[in-house]
Design a protein around this ligand. Structure first.
Ligand code: ASP
Ligand code: MG
Length: 417
């Protein structure tokens, strides 16, 4: 068994879906193909959700443009108008339309999962039908049934014990053909749809690889592999040929966008190698993440997070920042689903760097004000360098004002203005 994962960029147009089929046709073994929503559709569904919550009539226009984007792809892939995929698509968008006519419930996270998950349900229907049309025999597998999770909507925890047998049953029923399934989404035992967190399709693919004891996992990307920096800002970024599981988990933790942070554990636990390869150049060697037992030297790797907030909290009653206070702080971060990128604390103050993203940052700050004096700076950048040396540090911090610096043996972090 091998598991392939195709993210949004690899399924953003009819020609990219043809390219995907071309890649698959070069492999002749049992396979699970995990597919994300097309292009930027998850963002579009998030916009639709926001407009639904605002009660705005624009939501129907937004749904119209989501439909149009998919229709353009479908029309190109299935020029014969009576293909069953048209009915499937109409049925699914009909369900969305129905939903948008009523008011959403108070449970935002729940509604998020019920609505945003349509991106993957639709994309996999179209990909599966297209593969069938080009004689790549496959079965559409509904991740809401095989990937069992708890009901922490928008950040669900996966139940590996229940999911394993369900996936194995699907694999045996698929016969020699491959399985096409959705990334990012799962379901509770009572049949509610859940999601695993943004960009969670990599994680789905890793779960599928773990549960099916796959020989390897390949994540197909629009870059040649894992690079030493974001090529968008650093054209001299170089490809890294191999990484240990540990290095990969560290990189994703610090915000390297190549792989979702949760992806590594399921494959490391079964010692499954993960290849990051380019769907534009499928023959390229890519990057392999595996267990590395010999010492290897890594080039400095740069990770930049923009739009950061540096928050400093001081208890109003001047008490020490100790365990119960820390747990109160972190419970709030968890409640608002805000990830903390850097922490520094002294006796009576606590400094955190976080992404200034999502609708909840202001709510969090308000809530913190009840027992802390809250100071913050916005519009900052967090620069992380793994395997740093003085030359790279100089190159990336020259001319910047450093507000916080944190250094360990392998990693240095700077919050800069
Ligand atoms: N479509 C989802 C997202 O954009 C999941 C993924 O792409 O991994 O967040
Ligand atoms: Mg995506």
């Amino acid at each position: 068994m091998i598991v392939f994962k195709f993210g949004g960029a690899s399924v953003s147009s009819a020609s990219s879906i043809r390219n995907l089929a071309g890649i698959l046709s070069g492999y002749h073994e049992k396979m699970i193909v995990v597919v994300s929503a097309f292009g930027k559709m998850t963002n579009a569904f998030e916009g639709l959700l926001a407009s639904w919550y605002e009660g705005s009539p624009d939501r129907f226009t937004l749904l119209g443009s989501i439909k149009e984007y998919h229709y353009n792809i479908i029309r190109e892939l299935f020029p014969v108008g009576n293909h069953p995929v048209y009915d499937h698509f109409q049925f699914l968008t009909g369900l969305i339309q129905q939903k948008l006519k009523a008011a959403p419930s108070d449970n935002y996270d729940f509604e998020y999962d019920q609505l945003v998950s349509f991106g993957e349900v639709i994309s996999t229907r179209i990909v599966s039908s297209f593969l069938e049309a080009v004689n790549i025999s496959n079965r559409w597998a509904d991740a809401r049934h095989w990937l069992v999770t708890d009901d922490t909507f928008r950040e669900a925890s996966v139940d590996f014990n229940q999911s394993g047998p369900r996936l194995k049953e699907l694999i045996s029923s698929a016969g020699p053909g491959l399985l096409v399934t959705q990334g990012f989404i799962g379901g509770t035992v009572d049949g509610h749809t859940t999601t695993l967190g943004r960009e969670g399709s990599d994680y789905t693919a890793a779960i599928a690889a773990n549960l099916s004891d796959a020989r390897s996992l390949v994540v197909w990307k629009d870059v040649p592999g894992i690079l030493t920096a974001d090529p968008l800002y650093f054209p001299d970024a170089e490809k890294v040929d191999e990484l240990s599981y540990q290095e990969a988990i560290e990189l994703s933790f610090y915000g390297a966008k190549v792989i979702h942070p949760k992806t590594i554990k399921p494959i490391q636990n079964k010692n499954i190698p993960l290849f990051v390869k380019s769907f534009i150049d499928p023959q390229g060697s890519g990057t392999v993440i595996h267990s590395v037992d010999k010492p290897y030297v890594l080039k400095p790797i740069l990770i930049i997070k923009k739009d950061q907030i540096l928050l400093s909290l001081t208890p109003r009653d001047f008490s020490f920042v100790v365990e119960d206070c820390l747990s109160r702080i972190f419970a709030r971060f968890f409640k608002y689903r805000i990830k903390v990128n850097l922490i520094q604390h002294s006796a009576i103050s606590f400094t955190l760097c976080l992404d200034n993203r999502g609708p909840f940052v202001q709510d969090l700050l308000e809530e913190m004000k009840s027992d802390f004096r809250v100071l913050y700076n916005e519009g900052l950048e967090l620069i992380t360098i793994r395997h740093y040396n003085s030359v790279v540090i100089k190159k990336h911090t020259a001319g910047r004002q450093v507000l916080v610096e944190q250094r360990s043996r392998n990693t240095v972090m700077f919050v800069v203005r």
